[in-house]
Ligand binder design. Structure first.
Ligand SMILES: Cc1ncc(C[n+]2csc(CCOP(=O)(O)OP(=O)(O)O)c2C)c(N)n1
Ligand SMILES: [Mg+2]
Length: 354
């Protein structure tokens, strides 16, 4: 199985076409992708503000990774599935799920906020790599049922060290499960840099050991990501099995609001990546091609503000919480211990009054 040498890139960080590169996706798709990235960035900013206002408990930002977030959603059909991690809220919103529902879990609710079956988006996984096994199971089941569903399974560079990553890749390859593994290599697993995570030539190179194609792509180039992921999705849908795609990108902000990245990386390093920003490069390309006009930019900015306002309004409304609900979904018939605990809680709540 081939692992493509080098990194697939179509538009460089200045917005120029790379000589001899693959064919660009249609301009209409790139414009739609740029719009979605503008919205994704605004969502990241708004969610960060909501954490500081105490409306969200935590938010893992995908600033700098918006091209991966948008492309992962854009290449899927409605009937396909997305399996995201905690960092992939923007991908779920790009898939069309209500941002307020998407952020419900991060405000501390016990459920994921949206209906996974109706939206075909699995709950955001916090335990690393567990979602990859679920993704492979869903893909394999679809294939057994004769459906042509494709599953996009997302994870980070750190998650590739988990046993679950290995098991998911191996099973998917052996059974030709229709799964696209997209590893967003953002260079850190909290404070652990890539060099302490793996000394493989690349994360995409790991595909050789599983007998599936591995592709390394510039994760800040929406055009390249779209071409590579489209191809992997087509291959999976046609019964060709899984692909491992590594997106070379960078987490520009802290791991979460509970992290101080100044303790493990330099501002020079961050600045270097900010210059490779996924939005700026596509914008430069589209403006240069005469496709992105001032009027369109204003329209995209207004849509982003509308998204932010809707997110703010939804999360500024106090959630209706019923503490007893936490006992309701544990067992079909509650154990005597749970019944007792529920009674204790009920008595305490009655003492407190409404
Ligand atoms: C099984 C498991 N082990 C440890 C953790 C704690 N943890 C949360 S995020 C994280 C780093 C993950 O890094 P990576 O996979 O690169 O994803 P990123 O956060 O960079 O998107 C760790 C170790 C966890 N959530 N699950
Ligand atoms: Mg990472």
């Amino acid at each position: 199985m081939a692992v493509d040498a080098g990194t697939v890139r179509i538009i460089d960080s200045e917005g120029r076409l790379v000589p001899g590169a693959r064919e660009l996706p249609p301009t209409a798709d790139l414009l739609a992708g740029y719009r979605a990235m503008v919205l994704a960035r605004r969502l990241n900013e708004q969610a960060g503000a909501l954490v500081r206002q105490g409306r969200l408990a935590v938010y893992p930002s995908s600033r700098g990774q918006e091209a991966c977030q948008v492309a992962a959603a854009a290449v899927l059909q409605e009937r396909d599935w997305l399996f995201p991690t905690y960092r992939d809220a923007a991908a779920i919103v790009a898939r069309g799920v209500d941002p307020v529902e998407v952020l419900t879990m991060l405000r501390g609710d016990r459920h994921c906020g949206y209906d996974p079956v109706a939206t075909r988006v699995a709950p955001q996984a916090t335990p690393l790599a567990t979602q990859l096994l679920h993704a492979v199971g869903v893909g394999h089941a679809a294939r057994l049922k004769g459906e042509d569903t494709v599953v996009m399974a997302l994870c980070g560079d750190g998650a590739t060290s988990e046993g679950d990553f290995h098991e998911a890749c191996n099973f998917a390859a052996v059974f030709a499960a229709p799964v696209v593994f997209l590893v967003q290599n953002n260079k850190y697993a909290i404070s652990v840099p890539l060099a302490r995570q793996s000394v493989a030539p690349s994360l995409a190179a790991k595909a050789v050991g599983y007998g599936m194609p591995g592709v390394l792509v510039d994760g800040n180039d929406l055009a390249a990501l779209t071409v590579v992921l489209d191809e992997a999705v087509d291959r999976a849908r046609d019964g060709g099995g899984p692909t491992l795609v590594e997106a070379d990108t960078y987490r520009v902000e802290a791991h979460t609001n509970a992290d101080d990245p100044g303790r493990y990386r330099s501002t020079d390093e961050v600045d270097g990546w900010v210059r490779r920003d996924p939005l700026l490069r596509l914008r430069a390309h589209l403006v240069g091609a005469g496709a992105l006009t001032d009027a369109l930019e204003a329209e995209f900015a207004a849509a982003a503000e509308e998204l932010a306002a809707r997110t703010r309004d939804g999360l500024n409304r106090d959630a209706r919480v019923d503490p007893e609900e936490m006992f309701a979904h544990v067992y079909a018939a509650p154990t005597p211990q749970l019944v007792e605990q529920r009674e204790v809680l009920r008595a305490e709540l009655e003492l407190e009054g409404p």
